[in-house]
Ligand binder design. Structure first.
Ligand code: PLP
Length: 441
């Protein structure tokens, strides 16, 4: 159904789902069940032995999640997806699916603050080392490779810098060394397809644009089916050495044999990591995210066109020192937005309000329609001051490396009418130079 279809169609019809086989219900049903009745003991044994694929237990799979997984995979142009309880879980699973204690991976310095914490501290405690490369020069990734490097990791459209990642350039370097590139595409669904540019895996926080309504936390890993996990067995031991936890399975070999598809990454993440670490996406949440996913192509258009209008307004405003937006970067970095973003340049906009930290804080407190929240990608417009919130656990050095200057305010432009968005920005910027009513009362 999804082949050769456009995103607007895939979002509504993708995922092999036409109607519920039991009831003919058209909307995707919510299967609130932990378990599934086996036909007989052979059937149960075959499912556990992966000789047959089917539902076993909702920690590992669920029919509602299955539709969401297939639709997310189809929207990204991948072969299979696995949903998990949050975007953070998706990033964790992506790394743990290729790295074990003693291994390393190379990540872009342009990252969500929560991911920096995960990579720098929590994974380190598990013996997995993250090496950071500045993406302004893709060759920085190659310089850090050694024989224990298992993957590259980056975000398509990372805030606060909002410089688009050189996906093909870094993926080409990785492929020379049989190293897969994992892309967090949370901020750019629909407008960028990292798999088409050579990434091997995409992860999403479904909490953001795909869910789209600020109601549900969720994450997904998409297997691009375009990476040969068996080509260099020493480079990818978790896919080539027998897994004692699954009867000695060599995942890189056994999955294509069983399924006829190159989905070893997705299958290993599901049957090993979801089995052992838990963190499934609850079916209720999968259902909620499907409601958002069905309109994400349409919403992305409106997010992006509103953001362009807000940027044009902000650039001319006397109380704004600087506007940060993917297309405003000069030279090669600006060119990357043309190369990788199609149909829009995203909803995220950064501004430095004239007057530094205090003016930035006053601006946020003076917004009447924008919500002041730690989220992006809601249908509503949002604002936050990263240095004191989302990125507050980073050191000063890490903050600057991530592009978080003290006065930076991050805006996630919603799908309200653009005139109302601009009116709210205008009145808040006007208030940012003098005491707001709130401060006086
Ligand atoms: N990746 C990016 C780019 C994010 O912005 C976030 C959350 O802000 C995450 C991952 C983590 O997602 P979640 O909040 O769903 O765990």
């Amino acid at each position: 159904m999804s082949k050769n279809k456009h995103p607007e169609t895939i979002a509504l019809h993708g995922g092999d789902y036409r109607s519920d086989p039991a009831t003919t219900a058209v909307a995707v049903p919510l299967y609130r069940t932990t378990s599934y009745q086996f036909n007989d003991t052979d059937h149960a044994a075959n499912l556990f032995a992966l000789k047959e694929f089917g539902n076993i237990y909702t920690r590992i799979m669920n029919p509602t999640n299955d539709v969401l997984e297939k639709r997310v995979a189809a929207l990204e142009g991948g072969l299979a997806a696995v949903t998990v309880g949050s975007g953070q879980a998706a990033s964790t699973f992506a790394i743990m699916n290729v790295c074990q204690s003693g291994d390393n991976f190379i990540s872009s310095t342009d990252l969500y603050g929560g991911t920096v914490n995960l990579f720098t501290h929590t994974l380190k405690k598990l013996g997995i080392e993250c090496r950071y490369a500045d993406p302004s020069d893709p060759n920085n990734f190659e310089k850090l490779i050694d024989e224990k490097t298992r993957c590259f990791y980056a975000e398509t459209l990372p805030n606060p810098y909002l410089r688009v990642f050189p996906i093909k350039e870094v993926s080409d370097i990785g492929r020379k060394h049989n190293i897969p590139l994992i892309m967090d595409n949370t901020a750019a669904p629909i407008i960028c397809k990292p798999l088409e540019h050579g990434a091997a895996v995409v992860v999403h926080s479904l909490t953001k644009f795909i869910g789209g309504h600020g109601t549900v936390i969720g994450g997904a890993l998409v297997d691009g089916g375009n990476f040969d996990w068996t080509k260099d067995p020493k480079r990818q031991p978790l896919f080539n050495e027998p897994d004692p936890s699954y009867g000695g399975a060599k995942w890189g070999e056994v999955v294509p044999q069983l399924t006829g598809a190159n989905v070893s990454f997705a299958v290993r993440a599901r049957v090993c990591l979801l089995r052992d670490l838990g963190a499934p996406l609850a079916p209720d949440n999968a259902w909620g995210i499907i409601q958002g996913l069905e309109t994400v192509p349409l919403r992305m258009q409106q997010h992006c066109s509103n953001a362009e209008k807000a940027v044009a307004f902000l650039q001319k405003h006397k109380n704004v020192d600087r506007v940060i937006y993917p297309t405003l970067h000069k030279g090669e970095i600006g060119e990357r937005s043309k190369k990788y973003l199609k149909g829009g340049n995203g909803a995220l906009v950064g501004i430095e309000v004239k007057g530094g930290v205090e003016a930035g804080k006053k601006f946020i407190e003076s917004l009447k329609m924008f919500y002041h929240v730690a989220n992006i990608g809601d249908a509503r417009s949002l604002a936050i001051h990263p240095a004191t919130t989302t990125h507050s656990q980073l050191t000063e050095e890490e903050l600057l490396a991530a592009g978080v200057t003290p006065g930076y305010v991050r805006l996630s432009i919603g799908i309200e009418h653009p005139d109302d968005i601009i009116a709210d920005l205008d009145q808040a910027l006007g208030a940012s130079g003098k005491p707001s009513l709130k401060a006086v009362s």
